[in-house]
Every structure is written in C-alpha cells, then in structure tokens.
Design a protein around this ligand. Structure first.
Ligand SMILES: [Zn+2]
Length: 247
C-alpha cells in the first residue's frame, strides 16, 4: 500500500494537472452537465458497476453534484443529466451488464431524483459511453447539441462518473464538436475534479478475476483529469457561487 501511494505521487509529479478555481457569477451562460449519477454507478450494492462498499471519492462526487444541482436549479440555469441505461439484450462489452432499463440501477440516485421535476433540467438516457453519440435521435438531431444552442451556453461545467470513462469521452467529444464549429456558442469545457469520481479495482483484486483490467481509483481519476486537460478542458478543484451560496 505504501509503495502504491508513493508511485501515485511520482506519477502526479510527472503528469501534474494545473487546477484553477471557478467562480460562477451568472454573467456567462453556464450549463451544468451531470454524467451518469445513477444508482448503478453510485449507490452501494446497485449492480456490478456500483461500489460494493461506501466509497469516499464517489460520496464526495455525489455531494458536490447535489450542491451544484441545487444552486443551478435555484437560479433556473440549464442542467443536462445523462443516465446510463441499457436494454438487457444489448450488451456493452467489455463491461458486465449494468444500468438495465426498468431497474433502479438506471435511475437517478435518490439525492437527485427531484431533478425529474425541474423545468430547467434535460434528462437523457444513453446506451453508450460517449454522451454526444448517445444524444443522437433517429432523425439525426442531437439533444445535447440542441441544448447548448437553445440555452446559448458558453461554458459547460462537467461532473459525474467515471472520470476516465464517460466523463472523459463526453469531454473529448464535446471539445471536438466545439472545434469543428458544431456547438456554437460553446467556448469552454470545465471539469470539476472533486465533482468527479471513478471506480476502484486494485491490481491485488483484478489479478484474481479472469480478463479484468486493474483500475486503481485514485490513479485513474488523476489520469482521467489529465487526459481531459490535455484535450483542452479546464480542470478546476473549487466551484463557488459568491454570496448566493449560503442563501
Ligand atoms: Zn453503460
């Protein structure tokens, strides 16, 4: 354990992340994107992709996501929530069956179920990792692209799970789409580090599971943020709302 911690520190020195603080004032149209805050990823015991025991990184991510959601809804600012949801006959390898439609695993966590009744919130079920790809309708329109345009969003603030999987792919696709001019007037994609989390599968456990890749939580969370940063996202470690927060 001691040596694992030391190696993470070495990696963090080799690939450091420049973090900033974000103060949201309302002067710039900002949209909050919640990635997969569903039971199947966040609630202890809710299927194979959920934590098997209370997890500090995931709990912290949930707390921050709830805090930001409350403030955005209080201000009536736009919120877009992805819900990973799969039909049982459409697997998503290499992952085991998870977040099956019609089960609680594919529903918002209890602390965020109230979002379903908020008029400023767009909910989108997706059956793939990449949220932009998962937002296409059969007629070729895209729910996420339309959300950015309709709300004239210049900054997207991203939280959720997993930092290095669905959050990262969403960030990469959004930045590519922005760079191609497909997401006007979007300018910045901001990832909130304490509002993100990933799952934990230490090598000591994965080596006993056939075909499993190790996925040490703290390291993969860091790498996810680093990759997002490398693609052009801004990473922030604090998000504040000025004086409004306490009201
Ligand atoms: Zn999935």
């Amino acid at each position: 354990m001691g040596s694992e911690t030391t190696s993470i520190d070495v990696i963090k020195t080799q690939i450091p992340i420049e973090t900033q603080s974000l103060s949201i004032t309302g002067d710039v149209n900002t949209g909050l994107v919640l990635v997969d805050l569903v039971n199947g990823f966040c609630t202890v015991g809710s299927g194979p992709m959920a934590p098997s025991a209370p997890d500090a990184q995931i709990s912290g991510m949930v707390d921050e996501s709830v805090r930001l959601s409350r403030l955005f809804c209080k201000k009536n600012w736009p919120v877009f929530a992805f819900l990973d949801s799969h039909h049982p006959d459409k697997p998503e390898p290499p992952y085991p069956p998870h977040c099956i439609v019609g089960t609680p695993d594919a529903e918002l966590i209890p602390a965020l179920q109230w979002l379903e009744n908020e008029s400023n919130v767009t909910l989108r079920r997706k059956d793939c990792i990449d949220g932009i790809l998962g937002s296409f309708e059969k007629d070729g329109s895209n729910v996420f692209v339309d959300w950015v345009k309709t709300n004239q969003i210049k900054v997207v603030l991203v939280v959720g799970i997993c930092t290095d999987v669905c959050v990262l792919d969403f960030v990469c696709s959004t930045l590519s789409a922005r760079n191609r001019g497909l997401l006007p007037p979007l300018e910045d994609v901001i990832v909130y580090s304490r509002g993100c989390a990933t799952y934990d599968l230490p090598v000591s456990i994965s080596r006993n599971i056939k075909g499993a890749l190790p996925h040490p939580q703290e390291l993969m969370h860091h790498i996810g943020l680093y990759m997002a940063s490398g693609r052009g996202a801004k990473v922030v470690s604090e998000v504040s709302f000025g004086l409004d927060e306490e009201q």
